[in-house]
Write a protein that binds this ligand. Structure first.
Ligand code: HEC
Ligand code: HEC
Length: 357
């Protein structure tokens, strides 16, 4: 399992306020330093399984996907019994019907407790080098046990959740079949992560247009796409197949508050990372309002207006964020591209499975 990518990421490299480079470079270095020992990846996805426009998935060597494991992970994902009050499942905050997020500004866990960050989508997390807004987890396996133990999310110790699930014969049987053991926390993490890696969105009108189908995007969306890569230079950060550089930036969100979120800096302990957050994918973005780590922007119109103004001024603002001087027509076109171009007709709308007893 990937260890502390966060710490090596920042200790090894600095490059002024270009957090973009530092995080990218650091990611590579981390991989070079730890990659072998951890035998992190093996690419085994058949091309046919991956929606058009997305890259192949690198599966961890010690957690290759198979059907039984994915099915087990899906049950765990939708099962409220992984929480203290039997009511909160992963799907409570990452709901397929709400863009695999929750439609609220913040997340509500057991006993109605509310956290301080918005729930990111689970879509395409298979491709992320870092999990969480501040990147404090590397792999999905590493991430999965976090919310179960988090006192304001699901609030069970690992011993508690393992004991609870071991009392459910349907889970015991499946764990035996998939992992050859009773329920273990390692198995829970692996099954959930294997399931999450099947939650993919690609083959959007944007991909079809890029592949040569000019009718895939309306004229307004085509103008918006030009702005996205050109005058509005969104692709400075939202680049590549998953529309993220997998790096951290301060884009001037929440920085007008005295108690603003330190973001990446709390993990890296580097002043230059203050107020920096992971660039999220923006595929299926029309479904996941409100936006940003603090859910402070309600609509995509608000997001475009935010970038157009050059963000909230602060010492740590990324140098790629500045006043864009878009006209009203250009702003509307950019929003049309985000809504129309990045929403796939193959949206992964999963239904809750039958849970074991
Ligand atoms: C109470 C709401 C809540 C529950 C329950 C919950 N999450 Fe989350 N999840 C969040 C929030 C909020 C974040 C972002 C926290 C942060 O960045 O500090 C998050 C982050 C994530 C991420 C990182 C995504 C990214 O792009 O960085 C993944 C993956 C994830 N959760 C999966 C799960 C899984 C799997 C479960 C069940 C075991 C689960 N979550 C349960 C609210 C929740
Ligand atoms: C300097 C890098 C950078 C640039 C340039 C950039 N973004 Fe972002 N984007 C980010 C980061 C980082 C976040 C998360 C910021 C936060 O929550 O504080 C983000 C968040 C978003 C979100 C919200 C996603 C969510 O799930 O809440 C949208 C939508 C978005 N950007 C669209 C755009 C558009 C459109 C442009 C061009 C006008 C753009 N971005 C330019 C880095 C960038």
């Amino acid at each position: 399992m990937m260890k502390q990518p966060s710490e090596c990421s920042s200790a090894l490299v600095r490059s002024g306020n270009r957090q973009f480079c530092s995080a990218l470079l650091a990611g590579c270095l981390c991989f070079a330093v730890f990659g072998f020992g951890l035998s992190l990846t093996s690419v085994i996805a058949a091309d046919g399984d991956i929606p058009a426009g997305l890259d192949k998935i690198s599966y961890p060597k010690d957690n290759p996907p198979d059907e039984a494991k994915i099915h087990l992970g899906k049950q765990l994902y939708f099962d409220g019994r992984l929480s203290e009050d039997n009511k909160v499942s992963c799907a409570s905050c990452h709901d397929p019907a709400k863009g695999w997020s929750n439609g609220d500004r913040f997340a509500t866990g057991v006993g109605g407790q509310v956290g301080g960050r918005s729930a990111p989508t689970v879509i395409n997390t298979a491709y992320q080098m870092f999990q969480f807004w501040d990147g404090r987890a590397g792999s999905l396996e590493e991430q999965a046990l976090g919310p179960i133990q988090n006192p304001i999310e699901m609030n069970l110790t690992l011993e508690q959740v393992v004991a609870k699930l071991n009392k459910i014969p349907g889970y015991r049987e499946q764990f035996q079949k998939v992992f050859g053991t009773d329920v273990t926390s390692d198995g829970i993490a692996k099954a959930i992560a294997a399931y999450e890696r099947t939650v993919l969105s690609g083959n959007a009108p944007y991909d079809q247009f890029k592949a040569g189908d000019e009718s895939a995007l309306s004229p307004a969306a085509q103008r918006g796409m030009k702005l996205f890569t050109g005058k509005a230079h969104c692709t400075a950060c939202h680049a590549g197949a998953n529309l993220t550089d997998n790096a951290f930036h301060n884009v001037g969100i929440g920085m007008d508050r005295d108690d603003f979120d330190q973001g990446r800096a709390a993990i890296s302990k580097l002043g230059g990372d203050t107020g920096s957050f992971k660039t999220p994918t923006i595929r299926e973005i029309a479904r996941t309002a409100p936006y940003m780590h603090d859910g402070s922007l309600k609509t995509l119109e608000d997001v475009v207006e935010h970038y157009n103004k050059g963000g909230i001024a602060n010492t740590y603002l990324d140098e790629e964020i500045y006043e864009l001087k878009l006209t009203d027509q250009e702003k509307a076109d950019l929003v049309t591209f985000l809504k129309e171009g990045l929403s796939s007709k193959d949206y992964p709308m999963h239904k809750p499975p039958k849970l074991p007893e």
